[in-house]
Ligand binder design. Structure first.
Ligand SMILES: CC(C)(COP(=O)(O)OP(=O)(O)OC[C@H]1O[C@@H](n2cnc3c(N)ncnc32)[C@H](O)[C@@H]1OP(=O)(O)O)[C@@H](O)C(=O)NCCC(=O)NCCS
Length: 225
């Protein structure tokens, strides 16, 4: 197989984790030729992150029409960020790479959308729908009959029981646990360590065991792409 050029959008922590996953994939079978990172912070341009160059701003994706792209910018407090950047770049779906670390386990038959990233130790136990631009960090387990919508972010060690729906751009913090048959609303934020026993309405922040509403609004303008 010919290795396809790859651009990583963003140059932060998730970007470096994604690069490590790409390198792990390549160590099994070369699939990607890493061109570099793209970031809108001019201070990063020309610098190296994990030995790879930051080539310039995000819009350089259009100067590399043959390159695959993976979006690794995320903000806990500004959950629409990922969707807004993908909309701004306006790339066709086939431009986006799906990255599955060789130490992740995604059940055969799972329908995974373009641009999604599965880091080491993440597990999808049975075929189900996982949307586009979803990030699954290490040791998160997504079990049977879940439905994960676009732009959802799972931090490390999240445990999702069966028949759970996680709506667009929700963020599930480190070590959260979700009871079966619940719905986590769009742009909701579940805090680290939460034990979720009820549906979480859209846009709400829930924490604790059992998880309870902390506040409705996200912190405004914590990060603006
Ligand atoms: C939920 C969260 C977003 C709240 O952050 P915040 O807005 O800065 O809130 P604060 O730290 O000011 O805490 C507000 C209150 O909620 C409590 N709280 C915050 N996070 C909590 C959590 N995860 N579980 C239980 N209580 C929590 C605080 O103790 C505080 O309570 P108090 O008012 O009685 O003192 C954050 O704590 C969190 O869990 N983030 C996810 C982290 C994560 O998973 N990161 C992965 C990165 S890869």
């Amino acid at each position: 197989m010919t290795a396809r050029p790859l651009l990583i959008v963003g140059a932060g922590g998730l970007s470096r984790e994604t690069l490590s996953a790409v390198e792990a994939v390549n160590s099994v079978s070369p699939q990607w030729t890493m061109l570099g990172f793209l970031d809108d912070d001019p201070a990063l341009h020309g610098r190296y992150v994990q030995r790879r160059p930051v080539l310039g701003p995000l819009d350089l994706v259009h100067d590399h029409p043959d390159a695959a792209v993976v979006m690794t910018i995320a903000s806990i407090h500004n959950p629409g960020t990922r969707r807004r950047i993908v909309q701004r770049l306006a790339l066709p779906a086939e431009r986006y790479a799906t990255i599955v670390h060789p130490a992740a386990s995604v059940a055969a038959g799972a329908e995974v959308g373009p641009g999604s990233v599965f880091l080491a130790g993440s597990v999808v136990t049975a075929p189900q729908v996982i949307g586009s631009h979803v990030v699954v960090m290490p040791n998160t387990t997504i079990t049977h009959d879940d439905h994960i919508h676009d732009y959802v972010m799972f931090a490390s060690g999240v445990l999702v029981s069966g028949f759970v729906t996680v709506c667009e751009s929700a963020y599930l913090g480190t070590g959260a646990m979700i009871r079966e048959r619940l719905t986590i609303g769009a742009e909701a934020l579940v805090g680290m360590g939460a034990v979720v026993l009820n549906d979480v309405p859209p846009g709400e922040v829930w924490v604790g065991n059992p998880a309870r509403h902390l506040r409705t609004a996200h912190r405004p303008n914590h990060f603006v792409a």
